[in-house]
Design a protein around this ligand. Structure first.
Ligand code: NAP
Ligand code: MG
Length: 403
């Protein structure tokens, strides 16, 4: 068989621990025998980040801007324990944070559904994708515990020196708490554009919700910016694609999500997204079956798994013991990136191969061959728990029958 050609590279970002092991297996067994893989490779393994003073992380983010598409393996975000374990020069920043700052993107998380593992919410038939605005609000706020009588004020000093001052609260001797938080027009607009682009890309409706009835300025501004961006740039494209932009109040949205059949994108303000993504992920089953893509407002894409480096399994692997780690989220990061590369370049063969690889992996699980995490969740009667590598080899067998 002739290998599929890839004239333009995608950015390959390697990572740490168990996911680094899975990364290589996916390439060796499932991609390189069929595709003349063309990647611009960056090693973000913690050792290499330390050696390069973390420059390699910045280089990889800039490469995504150059080529438009990247795929990233999970990486360790160092804490004090990791600094000791790897004898690091510094407690380097989260690579995902650095890449997100460069690409200014929004993260979309989508569950992978398979027969035999039913969502806790019975009506959900299709995936719900959550888009979380990952900037501002309570995550970049200033807070105070007010330890006695006094007052809190909101003061805006404009560049021309004029001042707006509002009394927030007067406290008695028992004091209280106060917080100042913000967001920026640029960030909200970028968030809106990423969401509208991704809805068009995946041909799904977009939902957005805030509490604008109570927060008549702060939340209302989010509602207005989304409406403006939609009217000026996306309305016609949505009509052509036969998809809808739907705005409602956050409490109404929560109720509708639970009654829905899924199959849409739910854009959330920062805090709502933090909380709701954990709820939705858990209700669908497992983080190991959740893919994640960072979409920039300029249309750059970075695909990854939603889970971490699966440290506990890696230590078992190092002891020479058999592991049963689920490769699905990492595999779907690869297929997502290959498909996007193929779509941008008009490379139908590559798109079709990536589709088949996804189908083969889902079909393998539905035939009853799965890793331990899914074995515990699945309702299939005839099912078998296999090792990390055996699962990938089984996907290969299923794939070969389809090619
Ligand atoms: P984790 O790697 O997601 O693993 C937590 C637990 O979830 C695992 O111990 C395992 O449970 C289960 N699990 C996760 N992925 C699985 C898979 N593919 N197959 C089977 N089970 C899976 O989270 P963590 O242990 O909190 O973090 C480990 C490291 O990852 C940290 O250094 C953190 O900084 C990093 N991290 C990176 C990213 C990223 O790069 N995007 C995201 C999160 C965390 P059992 O042990 O019960 O089997
Ligand atoms: Mg959370």
């Amino acid at each position: 068989m002739m290998k599929i050609k890839m004239p333009v590279p995608l950015v390959e970002i390697d990572g740490d621990e168990m996911t680094r092991i899975i990364w290589k297996m996916i390439k060796d067994y499932l991609i390189e025998p069929y595709v003349e893989l063309n990647t611009d490779y960056y090693d973000l393994g913690l050792t290499e980040r330390d050696v390069t003073d973390d420059n390699v992380t910045m280089q990889s983010a800039l490469a995504i801007k150059k080529y438009g598409v990247g795929v990233k393996c999970a990486t360790i975000t160092p804490n004090a324990q990791r600094v000791e374990e790897y004898n690091l020069k510094k407690m380097w920043k989260s690579p995902n944070g650095t890449i997100r700052e460069v690409l200014d993107g929004t993260v979309f998380r989508t569950p992978i559904l398979v027969k035999g593992i039913s969502p806790s919410v019975k009506t959900w038939k299709e995936p719900i994708t959550i888009a979380r605005h990952a900037f501002g609000d309570i995550y970049n706020a200033k807070e105070s515990v007010v330890d006695g009588a006094g007052k809190a004020e909101l003061v805006i000093t404009r560049a021309d020196g004029s001042v707006d001052k509002q009394l927030i609260a007067e406290f008695n001797e028992a004091g209280g708490v106060a917080r100042g938080m913000f967001n920026t027009t640029n960030s909200i607009e970028s968030f809106a554009k990423s969401c509208f682009n991704y809805a068009l890309d995946t041909k799904q409706d977009l939902w957005f919700a805030t509490k604008d009835t109570i927060s008549k300025k702060y939340h209302h501004r989010f509602k207005d910016i989304f409406a403006e961006v939609f009217e000026t740039t996306y309305k016609d494209q949505f009509e052509k694609a036969d998809i809808e932009y739907f705005y409602t109040l956050i409490d109404d949205a929560v109720a509708r999500v639970i009654r829905s059949t899924g199959g849409f994108i739910w854009a959330c303000m920062n805090y709502d997204g933090d909380v709701m993504s954990d709820m939705v992920a858990t209700a669908y089953g497992s983080l190991a079956m959740m893919t994640s893509v960072l979409v920039s407002p300029q249309g750059y894409y970075e695909y990854e798994a939603a889970h971490g480096t699966v440290t506990r399994h890696y230590y078992k692997h190092l002891e020479g013991k058999e592991t049963s780690t689920n490769c699905m989220a990492t595999l779907f990061a690869w297929t997502g990136a290959l498909k996007k590369r193929g779509e941008i370049d008009g490379n139908e063969e590559l798109v079709s191969f990536a589709d088949k690889l996804e189908t083969a992996s889902i079909s393998t699980i539905e035939q009853g061959v799965m890793t331990g995490d899914l074995y515990m969740l699945s309702e299939l009667e005839n099912r078998e728990k296999v090792s990390t590598e055996a699962f990938i080899k089984q996907i290969k067998l299923t794939l070969e029958k389809m090619l």
